[in-house]
Design a protein around this ligand. Structure first.
Ligand code: TGC
Ligand code: FAD
Length: 390
């Protein structure tokens, strides 16, 4: 029998193909060199210094829009994309957010629903990290129910004029381009808005105690005049933004497992080193129970991510299945982080260790991309045929 790896009791590393291992290794290397030594400090300061330089490095690595074909994108599999998300989020959910919003939301919207000109104009620069994108769906008064959005786009001659507010928008203040969803006479439409357009501004939201190493902003649209060709021509209706959410939610299914892995590993090594009552705390049954429960949920979450990855690569993954993965994996990852926090005792609340950072980050991840309640209702509807949203 092969030796047992205490960090991988179930032997899940063997599920990775050579190509998938190569993705994991290259992302892990960038994170280890460029981000891990500084991330606690960035989180404490509430900023990512040189985010533009970082975006370019992520572009060179090939992870921006990495599961898209053409236009300078890497054209990798869904599973490879998921593995990249896992490794990025093992460092910090804010880093995975930067990559998710760029590739799965802003780039995907243009790639899937944009005109050839929009794709040519934006996708190669976004894949290279030379242009940063954001995705504006949520508003101050509208989150879970985007059908009620108030931001409006009206026609004025051949132009479009946008008025409204978006809230909690990742990358907003640093974006070169915003994909903004607005109500029109025809239904919800998407607009590609260069952020230097007059009437557009993106003040940063401060005082967050979660995802502090991530830019979150309000988008203000005050008579933003856009040419006729700024609209995404290929979609009308909520399925436009919701199709993009499927992509980003899939990445979170994997990413959450990365945050959980970091906390599990931190707890495992801390428990081995910390001595109380004359023994390492890992020798106490209560600590072992916690480590084992964390490991069980981590293992199940990773298996689910692999399963959903296979379905996505086969083209058979349904949105309800993504909800199942997002709901389970974020919820369990958060529980793993909270349990890890207890094992570290007082050190569990210190940014000297990654645990409290991951734990507070996952509070946002539980809410964004559809709250745990929304995913519960999506699954409830799938199981019963009854919609309980309204
Ligand atoms: P409903 O009537 O069910 O559907 C309206 C139309 O949309 C279609 N549809 C979908 N299409 C593609 N993918 C999906 N997952 C879809 N779900 C629904 C549906 O077929 C229909 O199409 P059509 O052609 O018949 O009109 O819509 P509803 O108003 O009842 O809403 C359903 C609900 C509540 C599930 C949905 O609105 C929802 O998911 N709400 C949550 C909102 C949300 O997740 N917001 C996320 C904002 S972005 C973000 O958080 C980024 S965080 C980024 C980071 O930093 O990582
Ligand atoms: P609400 O929708 O007001 O919900 C409040 C509570 O009520 C939740 O618990 C919810 O589940 C519950 N609730 C609502 N309706 C029901 C119901 N029918 N039944 C039972 N319970 C219900 N959005 C973007 O568009 N782009 C981004 O880039 C982006 N980035 C984000 C980054 C961060 C750090 C955060 C925190 C959020 C981000 N969001 C973004 C917004 C995010 O998607 C929303 O916060 C989320 O969709 C929930 O909306 P809300 O906060 O308005 O909560």
């Amino acid at each position: 029998l092969p030796p047992l790896d205490p960090q991988d009791i179930a032997g899940l590393n063997e599920l990775l193909t050579e190509d998938e291992k190569a993705v994991a290794d290259s992302v892990r290397r960038l994170c280890a060199d460029r981000i891990d030594p500084y991330i606690g400090e960035w989180f404490e300061r509430g900023e990512i210094p040189d985010i533009r330089g970082l975006a370019k490095e992520l572009g060179e690595l090939g992870v921006l829009g990495m599961h898209l074909e053409g236009y300078g994108c890497a054209g990798m599999s869904a599973t490879q994309y998921g593995i990249a998300c896992l490794e990025l989020e093992a460092t910090d959910s804010g880093l995975r957010s930067l990559v998710s919003v760029q590739g799965s939301l802003a780039m995907f919207a243009i790639w899937k629903w944009g005109s050839e000109e929009q794709k040519q104009q934006w996708l190669p620069r976004m894949a290279a990290g030379e242009a940063i994108g954001c995705f504006g769906l949520t508003e101050p008064d509208v989150g879970s129910d985007p059908a009620s959005m108030r931001t409006r786009a009206r026609r004025d001659g051949s132009d479009w004029v946008l008025d409204g507010r978006k809230m909690w928008i990742t990358n907003g203040s640093v974006a070169d381009v915003a994909v903004v969803w607005a109500q029109t006479d025809e239904g919800v439409r998407g607009f590609v808005v260069p952020t230097d357009t007059p009437g557009f501004s993106a003040p940063e939201i401060k005082h967050k105690l979660s995802l502090r190493a991530s830019v979150t902003s309000e988008l203000v649209l005050d008579g933003v005049r856009l040419p006729a060709d700024a609209v995404l021509p290929e979609v009308t209706g909520l399925k436009g933004p919701l199709s993009c959410l499927n992509e980003a939610r899939f990445g979170i299914v994997w990413g959450a497992v990365g945050a959980a892995r970091s906390c599990l590993q931190a707890a495992q090594s801390y428990a081995a080193e910390r001595t109380q009552f004359g023994k390492p705390i890992s020798a106490f049954q209560l600590t072992q129970q916690k480590l084992v429960d964390m490991n069980l949920e981590y293992t199940k979450a990773l298996l689910l991510a692999f399963h959903l990855g296979k379905r996505k690569d086969a083209g058979t993954l349904r949105p309800e299945q993504i909800s199942l993965g997002k709901l389970n994996n974020v919820r369990e990852a958060l529980q793993i982080c909270r349990t890890a926090r207890t094992i570290l005792g007082a050190n569990g609340i210190s940014l000297e260790y990654p645990v409290i950072r991951h734990m507070t980050n996952l509070e946002s991840v539980l809410t964004y991309e559809g709250t745990s309640e929304m995913h519960t209702l999506i699954l409830g509807q799938a199981m019963t045929g009854q919609s309980a949203f309204r």
